[in-house]
Write a protein that binds this ligand. Structure first.
Ligand SMILES: *Cc1c(COP(=O)(O)O)cnc(C)c1O
Length: 513
């Protein structure tokens, strides 16, 4: 065969990839523009989000499309800067003191810069040559974090795209470990169909929804999750877990006991020492969901909340919540690296055994992913910029914001505090002495009004009160260590003001109908 192929040099002249001289030139201009845009939009906002609600956000995206879509016939840098401007203008400003709705932190500058470096160099962790330093860095980070939680030399783990996925991976490992033991055959090979057992996952009624979703994804079914009752603070009652286990039929096999360290609402910690003892006695895999609660580890005052953590078979935690790195920064640790075996993978084109024997190993076999970005870079950069004391001080600062807000709510006759904060969340509701038909709907509408007008971002939830009633409550999540008491006062004053406005609006509606 005699084939010729002419390279189209003309088209290639315009190529400027991010890491090249020309590309870096473009990038420098774009980065300057990004920084200017973010600082301009932060100044412009007087609230944490642009006013206008969902319809205005839809219109903003439509404007950026300009009728011809993103695969435009008129491409160019102006279109890109316009996109950046609108994106920044519409971003929830996580540095704003009234942005207290989500477990979503503003990241450290070091972590944000690391993300840029990671994007330019675009390393991957699935083969040695796709990122030799990046993968060694992740290995070292995993072993350092294993040390934080009290694990020994045998520990291992993986970074994942979020706490929900870390929980999924933890439960996948427990499923395969326990059911392979019970069935005497490799479950990840043979599958669950025709299995003689009914797998069960125990978690508290306050556990994160990703536990039940994982059970669905893993072929166990959401119905396999047994919800253990909690106390008023959303903490699992170990005696109830015992009682439920005792009631299992012979074919019901508990594959995991999931303890939550830092529940999404109260920030409560299930009693880890008691649950670890129970798991050991019954030979159940203990998985700890510390997605949010890991922050306690960095604080001298709060660290004891995590006593018993080292007894867990697997631990999931996020640093994109209490850790000030951008999403995704999530970790799944296992006490014994052999438990990662269900993730093992050989691929002739990625990790042939003779390459591995020469030390050319990578992280394909510890993850669900193939191509995988280096999340370790931003985490390490952020830790190196803050240090242990910095992390601890920031966690303590957020905890003290929550306590300040709680005390302030407790004194306000218009507001009712549900409970003392454990970590950095505060749950409360607006009270009224007047007749209001649906108090839950009123509280929900207060939150929506503040959001639509761009004044404040609060969370809402439904929790059981001490009187046994489950009601809509509002929730503040403090992850900004710089927020001042005056700013918290102003935020709560605005909530009270909005409560009165919504009441007026509801009254007008009633009169008109
Ligand atoms: C946030 C949270 C999760 C989910 O983590 P993502 O990173 O958002 O996927 C899981 N469990 C708890 C307790 C959480 O607070």
């Amino acid at each position: 065969m005699n084939r010729t192929h002419t390279v189209n040099a003309g088209a290639c002249e315009s190529v400027a990839l991010a890491g090249t001289t020309d590309g870096l030139e473009q990038l420098r201009t774009l980065v300057d523009a990004v920084l200017d845009t973010v600082s301009a939009s932060a100044i412009k906002h007087d609230g944490p989000i642009t006013a206008g609600g969902p319809s205005a956000a839809i219109a903003a995206v439509r404007d950026v499309m300009r009728g011809d879509g993103f695969l435009t016939d008129a491409p160019g840098p102006d279109r890109v800067s316009e996109l950046f401007e609108v994106y920044a203008a519409w971003a929830a400003d996580l540095t704003h003191p009234a942005a207290v709705s989500r477990m979503q932190c503003a990241p450290t500058p070091a972590a944000a810069a690391a993300e840029l470096l990671a994007a330019i160099l675009n390393q991957s962790l699935h083969s040695w040559e796709s990122g030799p330093f990046a993968l060694e860095l992740e290995r070292r980070l995993i072993s350092e974090m294993a040390g934080w939680v009290g694990y020994g030399e045998m520990a291992s783990g993986t970074l994942t795209p979020g706490g929900s996925i870390s929980n999924l991976v933890g439960l996948l490992l427990s499923r395969d470990h326990i059911l392979t033991g019970a069935a005497d055959s490799d479950i990840s090979q043979s599958g669950l169909v025709g299995s003689a057992v009914r797998p069960r996952i125990l978690c508290s009624a306050a556990a994160h929804f990703s536990i039940a979703r994982s059970a669905g994804f893993l072929g166990l079914g959401r119905d396999s999750v047994v919800k253990v009752p909690t106390d008023d603070m959303g903490r699992m009652i170990p005696g109830e877990a015992c009682r439920l286990l005792d009631g299992f039929a012979a074919d019901e096999v508990p594959i995991a006991l999931v303890a939550t360290a830092g529940t999404t609402d109260h920030g409560s910690f299930d009693p880890l020492p008691e649950l670890a003892a129970l798991a050991a006695e019954r030979r159940i895999w203990l998985h700890v969901d510390a997605a949010y609660g890991i922050g306690a580890l960095f604080s001298k005052d709060l660290a004891s909340l995590l006593d018993g953590l080292a007894e867990a078979d697997s631990i999931a935690f996020d640093l994109h919540k209490f850790g000030w790195t951008p999403a995704s920064s999530s970790i799944l640790l296992v006490r014994d690296q052999a438990r990662l075996s269900p993730l093992a993978q050989q691929a002739v084109y990625l990790n042939p055994p003779d390459d591995e024997a020469e030390g050319y190993t990578a992280l394909l076999g510890t993850s669900m992913q193939t191509t995988r970005r280096s999340d370790a870079l931003k985490i390490v950069a952020s830790l190196l910029s803050l240090g242990r004391k910095g992390m601890g001080d920031w966690v303590d600062a957020c905890h003290s914001k929550a306590r300040y807000a709680a005390a302030r709510i407790d004194q306000d006759p218009n507001l009712e505090l549900l409970a003392e904060p454990v970590l950095s969340t505060v749950i409360f509701r607006c009270l009224t002495s007047e007749e209001i038909e649906d108090e839950g709907a009123w509280n929900a509408a207060i939150r929506r009004r503040l959001m639509a007008e761009g004044r404040a971002l609060l969370a809402r939830t439904k929790v059981r009160r001490q009187d046994g009633e489950t009601r809509v409550h509002l929730k503040l999540v403090f992850l900004n260590p710089a927020t001042t008491p005056e700013e918290i006062d102003a935020l709560l004053d605005d909530v009270v003001a909005a409560a009165a406005e919504v009441k007026d609006a509801m009254r007008t509606q009633v009169r008109q109908s």
